[in-house]
Design a protein around this ligand. Structure first.
Ligand code: SAH
Length: 342
């Protein structure tokens, strides 16, 4: 499927590069609300664009929360009535991050995840991914004026990015090309679809953004129970991939992150922490990010603060670099899918 820019190229086959750049630039300019406002273009071109190319790929948007909050969610209704969630978050330093969805629903069926319960409806197009960021750029401009910028994007909303590889890659490249958001400020989170992760290592067009792997357990049986997409030799295969990833991309700016959701009595024992340390220490340049569980159903309970501290200190004693995703609302974003699933 053609993305917006490719459609425009077909519409203006003789257009020079500078003209196409001008158009793509305008698309990412939050001060512009439609083709009629792109005054750098001749009137006839603007008219053709109005008729042929939708300015945004959603047809309705509802926001939850307001600019005073640290977390604002939006439910976007797409052209086929599918609904997706996207989140704007302010972190402690006052920086803005956006969490984007990559699919309507998800086929991975992780047992703790609201989106997993929906099953997969369809992939998003790269425009539909990019437009979640554009939605928030416009929102920030409208609510806070010109001073505020979105500095980070996380691909942690609904869906499994590696199961929508081409659209995700295209969206990454277009964001990198048209915004000031840099490679190390974008994180793609995945359950670890190994054929796609292998593809990244050989793909010249895959940009060196950060990757986070949803590990959630370094114990095979536990991981399989939590994540039905896992299988018996997943963990050794992931470790092998991670070493190859480090050879290609690894340096201090490009560490891998293993995400680990803390579920009471499931994966938060001292043995589980030791197993995680053993696993991580076999790979270089990995950080662990502990995620408090966002209770969407009553299926699981999040670990207590005490347990979390103990789990963390086991890792620290073993010299594993570990951080906790504290409640700047990021765990709320992680539970993306709770609104759209309703
Ligand atoms: N499919 C990708 C990206 C979307 S989920 C992935 O699995 O990584 C983004 C992150 O949120 C993942 O680490 C996921 O495991 C986590 N997550 C899902 N449901 C959650 C919940 N209820 N509470 C906390 N984190 C959750």
């Amino acid at each position: 499927m053609l993305n917006r820019l490719e459609t425009i190229k077909e519409l203006f086959p003789k257009a020079q590069n500078f003209r196409l750049k001008q158009i793509e630039c305008a698309v990412f300019d939050a001060a512009i609300s439609g083709w009629e406002e792109v005054t750098t273009l001749p009137q006839a071109d603007r008219q053709l664009l109005i008729e042929k190319v939708p300015w945004v790929s959603y047809r309705a948007a509802e926001t939850f929360g307001d600019i005073e909050d640290d977390v604002i969610k939006a439910l976007l209704t797409l052209s086929d009535d599918a609904k997706i969630e996207t989140v704007l978050m302010r972190n402690r330093r006052g920086h803005w991050s956006v969490c984007v969805s990559t699919q309507v629903g998800c086929a991975m069926r992780c047992v703790f995840c609201a989106t997993g319960k929906m099953g997969l409806k369809r992939n998003l197009t790269s425009d539909e991914i990019v437009d979640q960021l554009r939605f928030w750029q416009k929102y920030l401009l409208t609510n806070l004026g010109d001073e505020e910028r979105i500095t980070n994007v996380v691909y942690m909303g609904m869906g499994e990015p590696m199961n929508n590889y081409e659209a995700v890659k295209d969206s990454l490249n277009r964001i990198l090309l048209n915004t000031e958001i840099g490679e190390t400020r974008i994180t793609v989170s995945t359950v670890g679809v190994l054929p796609r992760l292998d593809q990244i290592l050989d793909d010249e067009d895959w940009p060196p953004v950060r990757l986070a792997i949803s590990l959630h357990s370094a114990q095979n049986e536990v991981r399989k129970q939590l994540m039905p997409s896992s299988y018996d030799d997943f963990l050794p295969k992931l470790a092998d991939w991670a070493r190859r990833y480090n050879q290609k991309f690894g340096n201090r700016r490009h560490h891998l992150t293993f995400e680990y959701i803390m579920l009471a009595g499931v994966n938060d024992s001292s043995q589980a922490a030791e197993a995680l340390a053993d696993y991580v220490l076999k790979i270089d340049n990995v950080r662990v990010n502990l995620i408090p569980y966002n209770a969407s159903g009553a299926d699981y309970e999040g670990s207590s603060e005490e347990t979390l501290e103990r789990f963390m200190s086991v890792l620290e004693q073993r010299d594993v670099t570990v951080t906790v995703r504290r409640s700047q609302g990021q765990e709320i974003a992680a539970a993306c899918g709770q609104l759209a699933g309703k």
